[in-house]
Ligand binder design. Structure first.
Ligand code: PGA
Length: 261
């Protein structure tokens, strides 16, 4: 059975002081739920770059993992303003979110670039959480599957089966991000099944069965249980609700309940 992955994408929120407060609150809300590190869910927080080190220091004793929200496709060198996979690894990151729709939209990231970044992340032992998702216009035009297919093929291009098995895919319909509009559990699950089937065809069923596919887009403490209980939804990538310790803890708890069933 696939382990659920509940991840908080803090986006460009929380300075170092606010980070310390939120991490402390998270520890208080989540630790009673998690007795030891053998949890049936993996829990991840992805603060901004400037907060990664303090967050790492604060979560040493608790089973929370750390991820970044972006990184460079390059190894090192004259790339002013960029952060490398090696740097992230050296401060204790295990994951990195790549190709989020906000990066695709505002920073013109392409499938090709996201593919290069994902390979670079894997090379340094980071798990890439690779985001895909259609816009409202695309959904209404009935081309959701075509868009997802192009994105999945593009971001996983020229990876080996072993590499693909180490990736996480986050299905985030763009129209559901930060809008309060969630895909229905059935709508989301349908796309998750489509992605799994596609990976099965492109690579192998063994890889597809193992692949963690998260849902993201207005997931919160109210709708998490229903979304997470779908057959092919293996976790959540949570924006807004991850900034509130109680809401995030409730989503983690929902994941744990589902995992018990
Ligand atoms: P949201 O964001 O939960 O605020 O919709 C999700 C995301 O963008 O990853």
């Amino acid at each position: 059975m696939r382990k659920k992955l509940i991840a908080g994408n803090w986006k460009m929120n929380k300075d170092i002081h606010e980070t310390a407060t939120l991490v402390e609150q998270l520890k208080n809300s989540i630790t009673p739920t998690i007795q030891n590190s053998n949890t049936p869910v993996d829990i991840l927080i992805c603060p901004p770059f400037t907060s990664l080190v303090i967050a790492k220091m604060m979560i040493k004793e608790v089973p929370l993992k750390l991820g970044a929200q972006n990184m460079s496709q390059h190894e090192e060198g004259a790339y002013t303003g960029e952060v490398s996979a090696k740097m992230l690894k050296s401060i204790g990151c295990d994951y990195v979110i790549l190709g989020h729709s906000e990066r695709r939209q505002y920073f013109k990231e392409t499938n090709e670039l996201i593919n290069a970044k994902s390979k670079q992340a894997l090379k340094h032992g980071l798990t890439p959480i690779i985001c895909v998702g259609e816009t409202l216009e695309e959904r209404e035009a009935g081309v959701t599957e075509d868009i997802i297919k192009t994105q999945v093929k593009g971001v996983l291009s020229e990876m080996t089966s072993d590499e693909v098995a180490k990736c996480v895919i986050a299905y985030e319909p763009v129209w559901a991000i930060g809008t309060g509009k969630t895909a229905t559990p059935e709508q989301a699950n349908q796309v998750h099944q489509f992605i799994r089937k596609l990976v099965g065809q492109l690579y192998s069923w063994t890889v597809a069965e193992k692949l963690i596919i998260q849902y993201g887009g207005s997931m919160n403490d109210k709708n998490a249980a229903e979304l997470l209980s779908q057959s092919d939804i293996d976790g959540g990538l949570i924006g807004g609700a991850s900034l509130k310790a109680d809401a995030f803890a409730a989503i983690v708890l929902a994941g744990m309940e589902v995992a018990k069933e």
